[in-house]
Design a protein around this ligand. Structure first.
Ligand code: NAD
Length: 263
């Protein structure tokens, strides 16, 4: 993204093996940062990292406190510090509330909410004064336009993303009050046709909410003033902005990056 310079910054991106996270890793690198991709998908994560100049890979299930500790220590050692953490890893379960499966919902809550909470926890511990990195920094959590609208078939997912939004604001307040020097913001991406985005269109139509996946996509576009779906780079550029000093007085916000869908 022209004009935003992250030279010398060190970033960790969860869920960076593919999709939006991969795009964020590429965009942060293009702006000058060095990136560690953290994901449960080892082979794909290593392959993705190999295609990004200076990037590394660390295996991480974001729901594991112990794995977070190891991943952060590895990142600080490999990159020589840590300035940016993007809590992007997430899953989406498409289900009507009347058919909510407890195990699938529990897993989604754990990854989307607990995983993000642990990401903020370990980012704070590393970046606050006296931490292994110790120079402050920025955390960017990935919520969703689903936190701001009532789209049928994704109640549990929407709830996790609303929770990420509130978590973000409290985290920014705690960081400020306790002098951590870490800004915490979140983004609400609109629908982007990654594996997750395509799955959502297919599954909401399978539930009978739309005639077919194309109709689901058309319904999203109809609700979007910009008149199109999101692209990976639309979302990644917003992350670069929130990681940069140009957003230095932006703290504790949820930034819609959805072409206006969630207004
Ligand atoms: P994706 O399914 O393509 O990629 C998600 C990545 O997260 C994968 O690499 C996956 O392996 C990783 N992941 C899943 N569980 C993990 C875990 N426990 N620990 C570590 N990594 C894990 O999805 P995406 O579309 O790239 O979505 C990325 C983020 O953006 C998610 O949080 C999603 O909810 C959010 N989002 C996506 C869209 C969209 O339309 N694609 C819209 C709004 C928000």
């Amino acid at each position: 993204m022209a004009g935003l310079d992250l030279t010398g910054r060190r970033a960790l991106v969860t869920g960076g093996a593919r999709g939006l996270g991969q795009g964020m890793a590429e965009a942060l690198t293009a702006a000058g940062a060095r990136v560690m991709i953290a994901d449960v998908l080892k082979d794909l994560g290593e392959q993705t990292a190999a295609g990004i100049a200076g990037a590394g890979f660390v295996e991480l299930d974001v729901t594991s406190d112990a794995q977070w500790e190891t991943a952060i220590a590895h990142t600080v050692a490999e990159l020589g510090g840590l300035d940016i953490v993007v809590n992007n890893a997430g899953i989406e379960v498409t289900q009507l509330i009347v058919d909510a499966d407890p195990d699938e919902h529990r897993r989604m809550y754990e990854i989307n909410l607990l995983g993000t909470t642990l990401g903020v926890k370990h980012a704070f511990r590393a970046m606050r004064p006296g931490g292994a990195a110790g120079n402050g920094g920025t955390v960017i959590n990935v919520a969703s336009v689903a936190a701001t609208i009532a789209f049928p078939g994704i109640a549990g997912y929407s709830a996790t993303k609303s929770a990420v939004d509130r978590l973000t604001r409290v985290a920014a307040m705690e960081s400020g009050k306790l002098g951590y020097g870490v800004r915490v913001n979140c983004i609400y991406p609109g629908l982007v046709p990654t594996e997750m985005g395509v799955k959502l269109a297919v599954e909401t139509s399978q539930l009978g909410l739309f005639e077919n996946p194309d109709a689901a996509v058309a319904a999203v576009i109809e609700l979007t003033p910009s008149g199109r779906l999101g692209e990976v780079s639309d979302i990644a550029d917003a992350v670069v902005f929130l990681a940069s000093d140009q957003s230095r007085f932006v703290n504790g916000v949820g930034l819609p990056v959805d072409g206006g869908m969630g207004m």
